[in-house]
Ligand binder design. Sequence first.
Ligand code: MG
Length: 88
Amino acid sequence: MKYEEIYRATLEKWGAEAQYDQAVEECAELIASLKHFRRDKVDEEAVIAELADVTLMVGQLTYMFGPDKVGAAIESKLDKLKRLLSEP
Ligand SMILES: [Mg+2]
């Protein structure tokens, strides 16, 4: 099953509001795991698991808001980053 099919099925089953809430929750879990990782309370695997959750939610939200629009925003951000990196 392609990612887009999973995102579509997830949206159809649970709805947009649930996806927003889930994205917020997964971001919070990644934040917590990074803080714990810095204090040696969790291992790298725990952070990677939360990173996977957030990556999937970013994919879900990107599907919902429009991959083309998100792609264009990413290009714009990368251009800005490249400019900053080229400054002395
Ligand atoms: Mg999680």
